[in-house]
Design a protein around this ligand. Sequence first.
Ligand code: NAD
Length: 370
Amino acid sequence: MAANRKLLILPGDGIGAEVMRQVMRIIEWLDTRRGVGFDIEEALVGGAAYDAVGTPLPEKTLEAALASDAVLFGAVGGPKWDGLEFSLRPERALLALRKELELYANLRPTVVYEALADASTLKREVVEGLDMMIVRELTGGIYFGEPRGIETLPDGQRRGVNTEVYTTSEIHRVARVAFELARKRRGLVHSVEKANVLESSELWREEVQALRDAEYSDVELRHMYADNAAMQLVREPKQFDVIVAGNLFGDILSDCAGMLTGSLGMLPSASLGKAGSDGLCRGLYEPVHGSAPDIAGKDSANPLAAVLSLSMLLRYSFGMADEAALIERAVENVLNGGLRTSDIMQPGKARVSTSVMGDALMRQLDKVAA
Ligand code: NAD
């Protein structure tokens, strides 16, 4: 079955292309060592696409994305393209892809590896063993609600307006993702909103509860106000298993949760769309970090966020949990062995380049699969 799965690779700009080279080595390893081949296509996106054909998301790339089961995205952007008009900026490609692929659920796992627990700004005992998932609604809420805009009032003042709006179906589909994930984890969902002050949040709370009562009574659901959730994330993050939130609160809380791990170079993400009849979702997978122009071309970027994005892809879009687990174990072993890229460097450890980290991963994959 997996042999027919269509995978689109979009390396993009800066370190996006560098970390993706290491990911490609793992994909080749899956093919040669595990007999798991994909139907792979690679295409241009971001600044690289603009330079080649004058647009950050060429028609050909979009068509390939729409025809694929999953997209693996590196990163886009850089100072070279900062002066371009808004619609031609590399970052527009990502937003357009999310919209065209109808990716409504953004998954951001926060896992603190034992070997990196001291890299967090919080105390080791607060974050050690942390394993949580934030599910953020991605296509609705205040980022897209109408009316929106800035107007000038008769008295000369200016007035800015945005609208926080959610419908039952938008709430149910993202809450469903959270409940399904919780079922495979510790069975606990925290739904985050501000039902004490916002009607859209009141609806959110009622609808999440209604869905849970109707279809997920085996999952524990707790409601939490967003301000309290922000506080609890840094006070006692291990109380969380799965958090589900709307676009705005999810955006803020997922960045906050991400930093509990201590490094951008360790954070993968997934943006999922509708599940097919096989229960698997089409998705776009990418490291949380950007193209890091300050270190691009130096072979020093941490490839692990991109590698872990591949393992999420295998798990959620290709139904290959065993292969995903192999990759995660290899990452853990490499870290336990003391290798560190600059971003996660610690005293007494060995500083390595992107490609040497990739070499170590390949060795560990051979070991864990033996
Ligand atoms: P960034 O994530 O690229 O970099 C922030 C800092 O973290 C830099 O110091 C960088 O060196 C470091 N860093 C990031 N990833 C790293 C890794 N894997 N290993 C080691 N260090 C790493 O964010 P930025 O500097 O704000 O943005 C740079 C460019 O990337 C901008 O053009 C921005 O628009 C774009 N961007 C793209 C995406 C995306 O493609 N999804 C996301 C964020 C930013």
